[in-house]
Design a binder for this molecule. Structure first.
Ligand code: ZN
Length: 433
């Protein structure tokens, strides 16, 4: 009996020991698997930080360094001190690691913006002096929007628009009043923001634009410095016609052709039989439309081309009469109303015979058609420009007209596309060689 009890006791101890070893094994395995899972989902940082020797001394207050210049990719203790100062003022969220990366650059830009300095992200003497002075102001963050952003576009109003304007203003894109009304100024600000953040520049603040705008990836406006004059090899500069520069009443372009008779009807429909255009421009148009056809884009129509002074007088008169009749306005009121949408006689670009209004037969809106998309992308290669865009309306004086193309010659149109200049800007910065 005694021997038996001992044996049972021994057995129990052995079983307990086996169980303990087993559970330790299982626990170790589970732990290992959890680690491996973790390792799989934790992304490895794509940029390996360079090793920099920095003696950490958190008790040391920020010291004023000898001002010099710090920029992207600089490394060192002075950069770290600058980062500490930027952190102290709330401009930098990341670590003060002594490495001037994109987070530091954004912080410098933010600091410069809030202090009316040129926000190039380069910490030069002026920026550094101000940063370490008593005049350095603390960062004022923009309040985040409500979690369900709606689509904001022209005509919208309210608190969401107010937040949008505030954020755009903080980033330097918007200069108007924070009035909560989504007007022209807000739209252009949204467009410039979209353009500088690789979004489609449609001026509508949808989910993607809003997400970017309120994220840490949103950067400050990049202000392009006034360009130097550039030289072009060309016979002459394009003729400028706008509200400030009318052409004379007697101006008639040379070498006009009747487009209905002259143009290949397989490539383009000429809406009105009497339509005329300057031969060189019409030839370029036909070359362009033949190329479009090769790419499967057909079904083009020219709704308007050359307009004589008298044509412009007639169009204005028709519009004035229509306003008087349909809107019950006095002649004077109707004239003011018409001038908002119709070029005053002598100031229409169609007077040059080099402008064409492109449409799709039987379609009211040109915007968004495959023809319009093709034209916007390719017209520059054939000497044409989209003369009026929403983004440049402050300069051209016209709202965007995606259908109105203007022939300037390929030596000019390519530069204008590359530099993103409208005709007014181009003529300001260019000289003939
Ligand atoms: Zn036009």
């Amino acid at each position: 009996m005694r021997k038996n009890r001992l044996n049972i006791g021994g057995l129990v101890v052995i079983i307990i020991l086996i169980c303990a070893i087993f559970w330790l094994g299982v626990a170790a395995l589970v732990n290992q698997q959890a680690y491996e899972r973790e390792a799989k989902i934790t992304p490895t940082p794509s940029i390996t930080p360079r090793t920099v020797q920095i003696t950490e001394d958190p008790a040391q207050p920020t010291s004023t360094p000898t001002p010099r210049l710090f920029q992207m990719n600089d490394v060192g203790i002075e950069v770290r001190d600058m980062q500490r100062r930027l952190k102290e003022l709330g401009y930098l969220n990341g670590e003060a690691d002594g490495q001037f990366g994109s987070a530091t650059e954004n912080a410098v830009k933010a600091f410069q913006w809030q202090h009316n300095l040129k926000n190039d992200g380069i910490a030069g003497e002026q920026t550094l002096n101000l940063l370490y002075s008593d005049n350095a102001r603390v960062f004022v963050p923009t309040p985040m929007p409500s979690p369900t952003p709606s689509v904001l576009s022209s005509g919208a109003s309210g608190e969401e628009v107010r937040r949008l304007q505030t954020r755009l203003k903080d980033l330097g894109f918007y200069t108007g009043d924070i009035d909560g009304a989504f007007g022209k100024g807000t739209k252009s600000a949204v467009m410039v923001f979209q353009k500088q953040h690789d979004l489609e520049a449609d001026g509508i603040a949808g989910a993607m634009t809003l997400a970017k705008l309120y994220s840490n990836d949103a950067h400050y406006i990049i202000v392009t410095p006034t360009p130097e004059t550039i030289q072009v090899m060309a016979g002459s500069l394009p003729l400028l016609v706008n509200k400030e520069k009318p052409v004379g009443i007697d101006f008639i372009p040379a070498d006009l052709v009747n487009m209905s008779a002259y143009c290949d009807s397989a490539l383009v429909k000429i809406k009105y039989d009497s339509t005329q255009g300057v031969r060189e421009a019409v030839d370029a148009l036909m070359t362009m439309l033949a190329a479009a056809k090769d790419e499967g884009i057909t079904n083009w129509q020219v709704s308007a081309a050359y307009r004589s002074y008298q044509d412009q007088v007639d169009i204005m008169e028709q519009n004035v009469k229509s306003y008087m009749k349909n809107n019950d306005l006095s002649r004077k009121q109707a004239e003011s109303a018409a001038k908002l949408t119709v070029a005053e006689p002598g100031t229409s670009e169609h007077h040059t015979g080099l402008a064409f209004d492109m449409t799709v037969p039987g379609t009211a809106a040109f915007k968004g058609t495959k023809q319009e998309i093709w034209l916007r992308k390719n017209c520059w290669d054939y000497g044409f420009i989209i003369r009026y865009t929403d983004e440049k309306q402050d300069i051209t004086g016209f709202l965007g007209e995606e259908w109105h193309i203007r022939y300037v010659g390929v030596e000019h149109s390519k530069i204008m596309q590359e530099k993103d200049w409208c005709l007014e800007e181009y003529l300001q910065y260019v000289v003939l060689q």
